[in-house]
Structures are given as C-alpha cells and as structure tokens.
Design a protein around this ligand. Structure first.
Ligand SMILES: N[C@@H](CCC(=O)N[C@@H](CS)C(=O)NCC(=O)O)C(=O)O
Length: 215
C-alpha cells in the first residue's frame, strides 16, 4: 500500500490513525501542500488524485481518494478492530458525527479556501483566523451538543473503543488549535481528545511525529 499525505493535513491525519488502529504500515509518499505552490497540483499527483487534495491511497490496482472512503475500505479489508460500533443506531450516530466534521466543518478551513480568502477577498491573517474561528467554533459546538444527547458517557464518543468518530474529531481539534478556536466550552470533546492522546495509535499519528513534519 502506498499512502500520499502531508503531515498537517487533517484528512491525512484521519487515515494515519486508522492505519495505526488496524496495525497497517503503508509506504508513505509526502505531498507538500505549500512548497512551490503546492505539490498536490503537479501533473504527477493529479494522476493520483485529480481533485488535487491529499490523502490518496494506492492498494494494488486500486487508487482511492477521500479519507472517509479510504477508512471504510481499510475497515472492510481489515475488519479487526472495527471502526464503527456493533449497534446499528450507534453506528449511524458515529457516522453522522464524523460527517458533521468531514463534510460540514473541514471544507471551510481547507487550504485552498483560505488562500482564496487571502488572494481574492482581501483578508489578512486576522481575517482568515476569524473565518476559521467562526466556522470551526460553530461546527464543533454542534458536535459537543450531539454528544451531550448520549445517555452513556464512556471514554469515547459512542462506545468503549475509539473509531470513526474519534478519527475525525482528533484531527479537527488539532486544526482548531492551530486557528486559535476557543475550546473551553467543549469539555466533552476535550475529554475524548485526551483519552485518544493516551493511545499510541493516535499519538503516533500526530502531525509532529511524521517524517515530513516541520516546526
Ligand atoms: N474530503 C476530502 C478533503 C481532502 C482535503 O481537503 N485535503 C486537504 C488537506 S486536509 C488538501 O489537500 N488541501 C490542498 C489544497 O487546499 O490545495 C477528504 O476527506 O479526503
């Protein structure tokens, strides 16, 4: 397996956690999202992912894009440990939580969106941070509220083991901290983040511990 990613990419970070939980160790191909205008836009990488986004996974003859599709593929090919709860209603809630982050929060803070805010809408660093604080703050508050509806309060979002929900949550909180989003009003998210940080699968996937990491 060959995995294309970038240390700071939260979508790649999701996949790294999934690889670690499954005990998989794909060959890593770094794609620098900033250097030279962004290696994701190179002709070579466009052959891997025409969307010009990381991550991407090549598994034998199969080239996959989209972190959630990659994670589901891993879960289907390597079922242990499962990344979704057994119970169908908890499974649906874990998916909804993950999609709230991956579909509705993350795209608003993507590098290309922030670059357009700067280049075409005249925003400086402060304006870009306020944009991220607004959308990440609102989205993560909704995630906190989704978890407050859960009657059982284990160490993780929807069960006794971490899975798809935490795989999306932890990298999104990493991004939120980068953009100085206030998180004090989200104690449950922070509690789950801390429980995950204590696990090697999550700790080893942290951006600072990747071979392409920069200060
Ligand atoms: N929905 C996609 C999002 C992928 C994505 O947005 N990747 C970002 C990094 S987190 C990227 O490659 N950005 C490059 C750019 O904006 O030019 C997924 O889950 O894989």
């Amino acid at each position: 397996m060959r995995f294309y990613g970038y240390f700071r990419s939260s979508a790649a970070y999701r996949c790294r956690i999934a690889f670690n939980l499954k005990g998989l160790n794909p060959e890593f191909v770094p794609v620098h999202l900033v250097r030279g205008g962004g290696e994701q836009k190179s002709e070579t990488y466009r052959g891997v992912n025409p969307q010009m986004l990381v991550p991407a996974l090549v598994d034998g003859d199969l080239t996959l894009t989209q972190s959630l599709a990659i994670i589901e593929w891993l879960d289907e090919m390597h079922p242990a440990p499962p990344l979704l709860p057994d119970d169908p209603s908890l499974r649906a809630k874990a998916r909804a939580f993950a999609y709230a982050i991956a579909c509705d929060i993350h795209p608003l803070q993507n590098l290309r969106v922030l670059n357009v805010l700067r280049a075409e809408f005249g925003q400086d660093q402060d304006g870009v941070e306020r944009w991220c604080q607004r959308w990440l703050g609102e989205g993560l508050s909704a995630c906190e509220a989704l978890l407050a509806r859960e009657s059982s309060r284990g160490p993780f979002c929807f069960g006794q083991t971490p899975g798809l929900a935490e795989i999306c949550l932890v990298p999104q909180l990493y991004s939120a901290r980068r953009f100085k989003v206030p998180l004090e009003a989200m104690p449950r998210l922070l509690e789950i983040d801390a429980a995950c940080a204590a696990l090697p699968a999550f700790a080893d996937a942290h951006p600072s511990r990747q071979p392409d990491a920069e200060a």
